[in-house]
Design a binder for this molecule. Structure first.
Ligand SMILES: [Fe+2]
Length: 403
């Protein structure tokens, strides 16, 4: 029998038949780290650095500070690409890679949120291997030695400086990128996509608008919760998820409400997002990817809307799944027997306090958009990792409930 079918669910506890865990990114975290960007990048073999960012971040002056930090370390900034849009595309990655090639770069430095970091990752693959971004889709399919079965080929060094506390892309081996003509977001995941270096400094989120801090924080919370209940769970990821949730519980609202003056909350949220990231996700992400691809709903906002509905649905699927949510509930002092309803209600009230929309219609999704969203969710890779098997009718019901 195939693992994951309705009659033979993958156990959510006990000793797993198989899992693998990797986290190969060097993380440095603390205050006033931007001035030593060059010093740190040099240790990763970078000399001629190509900076990837967006116009908004560049406008804050943050990129200037980072550039000064690169040159202070004796390295050269050979170009800055600041054209990354909110939902970046394969086409942007190809253009970015060509610009880096033209500039004679030997390394990448991403300064931005998830879209910027994912663009830099995929652009690096295009730059290094001379491939098209669109052809990179899939898990563990990047070029390898020995006719594709050996060691993955190295990419040019990539360092990330996240400017939101959310995606965790700075320490993940995955990138999610939109294909403009197809209205889909593709996932690309393989070991070489782990950035070599992530620099976490609360200076980078000092002027983050509260709505963005809230949405990206909810993305992090969703990663932690989905990673914990995924069929692809692991004790390694559990440890990260639970600590991330404690830190989100204690810092997210502070960071959103007191942003600029609460450096500790902002710094802790950067670390929490970093701990929360997992490539073992589930139906919240499966539902949010098409909401972004079709209707431009920001990723964190879509997750905040979908998360309570998926929790309710999953927790009703089996006592084992409910038990996983119960363990999460303990961190929030939730112990009601109907754990799915109680945890979902807790999250909805958090989302309201954060000032985010709780309904898809508030985020611009029309009712007649649901069939396209259902199709997108069914086709999304994260559907297979959800603890409860999902059918089209399930997604249609969840989208309707979230509308
Ligand atoms: Fe996410």
């Amino acid at each position: 029998m195939e693992a994951g079918s309705a009659l033979d669910p993958i156990p959510l506890r006990g000793f797993k038949d198989f899992y693998q865990y990797a986290g190969t990114t060097r993380v440095i975290s603390g205050r006033a780290l931007l001035s030593s960007t060059g010093f740190e990048l040099q240790k990763e073999g970078a000399r001629r650095v190509f900076v990837v960012t967006d116009g908004v971040i560049r406008g804050t002056g943050l990129v200037d500070k980072v550039e000064a930090g690169v040159t202070d370390g004796g390295l050269e900034v050979v170009g800055v690409f600041d054209d990354v849009p909110q939902d970046s595309s394969t086409q942007v990655c190809d253009v970015c890679a060509a610009a880096a090639k033209e500039a004679g770069a030997d390394s990448f430095l991403a300064v931005g949120g998830g879209s910027v970091m994912d663009t830099a990752k995929v652009a690096d693959a295009v730059f290094t291997h001379g491939v098209d971004a669109r052809d990179q889709e899939g898990f563990f399919l990047m070029p390898r030695e020995d006719d594709g079965v050996g060691r993955p080929l190295d990419m040019a060094p990539l360092a990330c400086i996240p400017t939101t506390a959310g995606t965790g892309s700075e320490v993940s081996m995955a990138a999610v990128i939109k294909v403009p003509d197809e209205n889909v977001k593709i996932e690309i995941a393989d070991f070489p996509l782990f950035p070599r270096l992530a620099i976490l400094d609360p200076e980078t989120t000092r002027t983050l608008p509260p709505s963005v801090a809230a949405a990206t924080g909810m993305d992090a919370m969703t990663h932690a919760i989905e990673g914990y209940v995924s069929v692809d769970w692991s004790p390694h990821q559990d440890a990260r998820s639970l600590q991330a949730l404690r830190m989100i519980r204690d810092n997210l609202e502070r960071a959103v409400q007191r942003g600029e003056e609460d450096e500790e909350a902002r710094g802790n949220m950067l670390i929490a997002a970093n701990l929360a990231i997992s490539i073992a996700l589930g139906s919240v992400h499966a539902m949010s990817h098409p909401a972004g691809a079709h209707f431009g709903v920001p990723h964190g906002v879509a997750n905040a809307i979908h998360l309570p509905h998926v929790i309710r649905h999953n927790a009703a699927g089996s006592p084992d799944i409910a038990d996983r949510y119960r363990e999460i509930g303990e961190l929030f002092d939730i112990s009601e027997p109907e754990i799915g309803d109680a945890l979902a209600a807790h999250i909805t009230s958090l989302v309201e306090r954060l000032g985010l929309p709780t309904r898809l219609s508030q985020a611009g999704v029309p009712e007649d958009g649901i069939p396209a969203l259902v199709e997108g969710a069914m086709g999304d890779g994260t559907t297979l990792l959800n603890p409860r098997e999902m059918a089209e009718e399930d997604y249609a019901e969840l989208y309707r409930a979230a509308l």
